[in-house]
Ligand binder design. Structure first.
Ligand SMILES: Cc1ncc(COP(=O)(O)O)c(C=O)c1O
Length: 366
């Protein structure tokens, strides 16, 4: 609780009433708390890439000589390289300080207080966070039991509410790893709203819809270097936008949103896609091994995933206690206890050795 001051009432009332964000415990603090060396901690709670960046990233960062100069506000070289990687014209691309920054910017661009954003939980939390921060109204259309989208409810809601401006969809979805099918996406694109398709994990699944942006004037596709390229700590994401949206977005973007280190690292990653794809293959193979192994425990019910994580329902055991017991052994997983996700855990796919340590721990937890 922040100390009260005379100036308390000057804070925006909605922010004064807002619950504080629960910060992630930094690695070094965690290591001290658990009395486990940082390198021995098995971190499977944030869908990071266990293989890290391409070796070319370290070299490029060491060789970079322009850290004292502000970065290019247009991220020209990065957008040109992305154009080849994604297969869309660079004029459709905006780079961001992670996909997270672009989620916030999109909401700021379309939402004035009272406007509505459709959210499809269980899903990534930032859509709700940024909508609330920007005084938007969020309507949750819960996913079906198999985590597919409730298309008909979204259509009838949109046809009866003129304040709806945006919908956020995620494919593969976080936390279940399921894919949004083409037919559902096309139906939603026919609605009078902007569809934001978040493809943060698409490299683990294939089948990006980035090139649909030239076909639909109301589609935005978001991508990131955080997962497939192992650059989560450097914060580089990008969006593929119809030209008419992009021209407005550029007016509100901070000029130096992508820093020199992030740009250098992203360019080095794009020069080493072959190597990074090999890591993706390893993660995908490990995902299948992890799925089978989790399924063999009588207290876990994993869901098939196309991403770099697996969601499991925990039965016959207390999910919170399971998470805590693993944490005490230096293995971090994500625990959920929200509506639609009671007693669920999400485990990011690690290296084969990390999987083996996890499975060994699971087999010994009473
Ligand atoms: C669905 C989804 N979108 C976006 C992000 C954030 O991406 P970035 O690291 O580029 O901000 C995440 C991170 O976990 C995610 O799960």
């Amino acid at each position: 609780m922040a100390p009260k001051t005379l100036y308390q009432n000057l804070i925006r009332p909605d922010i004064a009433d807002m619950a504080p964000y629960t910060p992630i415990v930094p690695f070094d603090v965690l290591s001290q708390r658990l009395n486990i060396a940082p390198e021995a901690i098995i971190k499977l709670d944030a869908n990071e890439n266990p293989y890290g960046p391409s070796p070319r990233v370290y070299q490029a960062l060491a060789d970079e000589t322009y850290y004292h100069i502000y970065p290019d506000p247009n991220s020209t070289s990065l957008r040109d390289a992305l154009s080849k990687y994604v297969g869309v014209d660079a004029t459709h691309i905006v780079a961001g300080h992670g996909a997270d920054e672009l989620i916030d910017l999109i909401i700021r661009l379309f939402i004035v207080p009272g406007d509505t954003v459709i959210n499809c939980p269980p899903t990534f939390g930032m859509y709700r966070f940024d909508t609330e921060l920007n005084s938007g109204n969020i309507i949750d259309i819960e996913r079906n039991e198999d985590f597919s989208i409730d298309t008909e409810s979204i259509i009838s809601l949109t046809n009866n509410d003129d304040n709806i401006k945006l919908i956020f969809l995620t494919s593969p979805n976080n936390p279940d790893g399921g894919i949004l099918d083409d037919a559902c996406l096309r139906k939603l694109l026919d609605l009078p709203l902007i569809v934001v398709l978040d493809e943060a994990y698409i490299e683990f699944a294939g089948g990006s819809r980035a090139n649909w942006v030239s076909e639909y004037e109301n589609l935005i596709v978001l991508r990131t270097f955080s997962k497939w390229a192992g650059l989560a700590g450097l914060r580089v994401g990008y969006g593929i936008f119809p030209h008419w949206i992009l021209s407005h977005l550029l007016k509100i973007k901070q000029p130096y949103n992508v820093n020199v280190a992030g740009t250098t690292a992203a360019l080095a990653s794009l020069s080493d896609v072959h190597h990074l794809k090999e890591n993706i293959q390893k993660i995908v193979a490990e995902r299948e091994r992890l799925y089978d192994a989790l399924d063999a425990f009588n207290f876990l019910k994993p869901y098939p995933s196309e991403a770099n994580f697996i969601l499991s329902r925990v039965t016959k055991k207390n999910a919170a206690e399971l998470k805590a017991a693993l944490a005490n052994r230096g293995i971090l997983i994500r625990y959920f206890d929200t509506p639609g996700l009671r007693d669920h855990v999400r485990i990011s796919v690690g290296t084969p050795r990390q999987t083996s340590v996890l499975l060994e721990a699971l087999s010994t937890i009473e």
